[in-house]
Design a protein around this ligand. Structure first.
Ligand SMILES: [Zn+2]
Length: 224
């Protein structure tokens, strides 16, 4: 069992990596981890992800009430709780604004192109959640349709949220999603991207069970 201190360290490290990768600017983004059924660690509002410290992380309960910490929790804590409440297997959530994925969110396009094996197996389709005003209940409601069956969602005109069985998986999904979006963008520049066909997609989806991944949605494209 991973200790609270280890989780705090991991969150700080992920914050730095999000910042260094240019996935967040200023104090964008938020990271959380489940401590137990009714306790969650979450990043504070108003602090750059590059400047997180073990002490400035917040512990909140199921209702978002602060149990420990001196700062205010991220204003998007409800979005994180919406994932935890509907997915007992999920122990970490990462939200950021990686530029290329967010460009898809701005154009209101899901990331559902079957072009890369790893993305199909570990990430799956990234659906597009409806636009929601930040900080309101509309935000958790917008992702609810996707929490059970997917590993990530684009937030219309806003950014990307990913979740995983641990912090590394949630963070890797954030990195993989942006990498995948970037490769698709380059591929469009180079020529016409070739999608996997149905048989190839099905083979890759079957591989998910080998990695214990049960979610990721279904590809509609590639029926050629
Ligand atoms: Zn955001």
């Amino acid at each position: 069992m991973i200790s609270e201190e280890q989780l705090r360290k991991q969150i700080c490290k992920i914050g730095e990596r999000l910042y260094q990768c240019g996935f967040v600017a200023a104090n964008d983004g938020n990271i959380s981890a489940r401590l137990d059924d009714n306790k969650y660690l979450i990043t504070p509002t108003g602090v750059s992800k590059a400047d997180l410290t073990l002490d400035n992380l917040i512990v909140i309960n199921d209702k978002g009430e602060v149990l420990a910490g001196n700062l205010k929790p991220s204003s998007e804590y409800k979005m994180h709780l919406a994932v935890y409440h509907n997915r007992p297997d999920i122990h970490a959530v990462v939200h950021a604004h990686p530029p290329i994925s967010t460009a898809f969110a701005v154009c209101r396009k899901p990331l559902d192109m079957p072009i890369l094996a790893e993305a199909i197996v570990n990430l799956g389709v990234i659906p597009l959640a409806d636009y929601a005003l930040t900080g309101t209940d509309e935000v958790p409601n917008s992702i609810l349709p996707f929490v059970k069956d997917y590993n990530a969602a684009l937030l219309a005109n806003h950014g990307l949220i990913t979740w995983g069985r641990d912090l590394q998986e949630a963070h890797f999904r954030m990195e993989s999603a942006e990498h995948y979006a970037k490769i698709y963008l380059y591929a469009k520049e180079v020529g016409e991207p070739v999608f996997f066909n149905r048989k190839q997609i099905d083979e890759l989806v079957e591989l998910r069970t080998r990695y214990g991944v049960t979610t990721g949605g279904e590809y509609k494209l590639g029926d050629n």
